[in-house]
Ligand binder design. Structure first.
Ligand code: NAD
Ligand code: 0WE
Length: 258
């Protein structure tokens, strides 16, 4: 029997079969979870419906986290299918592309900063808030995806790093607030992975190569490895863990000189 048997979990952030959220969904499905999926925009609908089918799910809901009405409608629809919710996977980030190149001071703008924080950090609190009534008292869990740029100055990551720092603080404040009702909140900090969010990032290939050459395990991490860690954090195996950031990065973050 899988370690997520009978758990009902909402997965956000699937955009392709390379998405980290897809690695999470497959691991959770394997461990016996019942899944629901969200997609951002009609263009992604058919793809996410197909991926949901592969996980024996037919709950596929639109969700643009920039829109309060989408968030409300998503949880209202979910409540029609399920009388409770055990987990939310938040795998969403966005900053305007121009802000992810060049030096931070030159690239940052008021609007880019606001967008990055709204979509990549506030949205976690928004999902926690909207999901709270369905999750309370069930030993539920939220898991989000972070990156080393939250705690180190990574070239070109710029305003996304500031937003990930906010996301990790959000994890701690949400964990403190929701802990008394049994809900845990954690982040996985993943190493770089070639996904749609990495497409078009300048020098992403050389970053993957540098990590591969220096990191303790001498290879990059996979969406399956990140998925397994997220599945663990959402499960009762992690019942004593909340407010934390688990690095799934083949050990890269421990290095001083690689
Ligand atoms: P991805 O492009 O597959 O997923 C990003 C998702 O964010 C997409 O599904 C997209 O639809 C969603 N999204 C963006 N704006 C949204 C909005 N307004 N409303 C709803 N959804 C929205 O890329 P990914 O690499 O799987 O990214 C998932 C998460 O993992 C992100 O938080 C990212 O920062 C994080 N992460 C990625 C890497 C990496 O190297 N790929 C490393 C560490 C952490
Ligand atoms: O979190 C991310 C990337 C998130 C992301 C990606 C895009 C590309 C398309 C956010 N917003 C956008 N906006 C777009 O228009 N990662 C952890 C992957 C990533 O991105 C980098 C990295 C790494 C790693 C950008 C610069 C340097 C390193």
């Amino acid at each position: 029997m899988g370690f997520l048997t009978d758990k009902r979990i909402l997965i956000t952030g699937v955009a392709s079969n390379r998405s980290i959220a897809w690695g999470v969904a497959q691991a959770m499905h394997r461990e016996g979870a019942q899944l629901a999926f969200t997609y951002q925009g009609e263009k992604l609908r058919a793809r996410v419906e197909d991926q949901a089918t592969q996980c024996d799910s037919n709950i596929v809901l639109p969700l643009d986290v920039a829109r309060d009405e989408d968030i409300a409608a998503c949880f209202a629809a979910l409540a029609e299918h399920w009388d409770g919710l055990d987990g939310i996977v938040h795998s969403i980030a966005f900053a305007p592309k121009e802000e992810l190149e060049g030096d931070y001071v030159s690239a940052v703008t008021r609007q880019g900063f606001a967008t990055a924080h709204d979509i990549s950090s506030y949205s976690l609190a928004a999902l926690a808030k909207a999901g709270r009534p369905l999750m309370a008292g069930r030993n539920g869990a939220l898991v989000t995806m972070s990156y080393l740029g939250a705690v180190r100055a990574v070239p070109n990551y710029n305003v996304m790093g500031v937003a990930k720092a906010s996301l990790e603080a959000n994890v701690r404040y949400l964990a403190a607030a929701l802990g008394p009702e049994g809900t845990r909140v954690n982040a996985v900090s993943a190493g770089p992975i070639r996904t749609l969010a990495a497409a078009g990032i300048a020098d992403f290939r050389s970053m993957l190569k540098q990590v591969e050459e220096r990191t303790p395990l001498r290879r990059n991490v996979t969406i399956d490895e990140v998925g397994n860690a997220a599945a663990f954090l959402c499960s009762d195996l992690a019942s004593g863990i909340t407010g934390d950031v688990l690095y799934v990065d083949t050990g890269y973050h421990i290095l001083g000189l690689g």
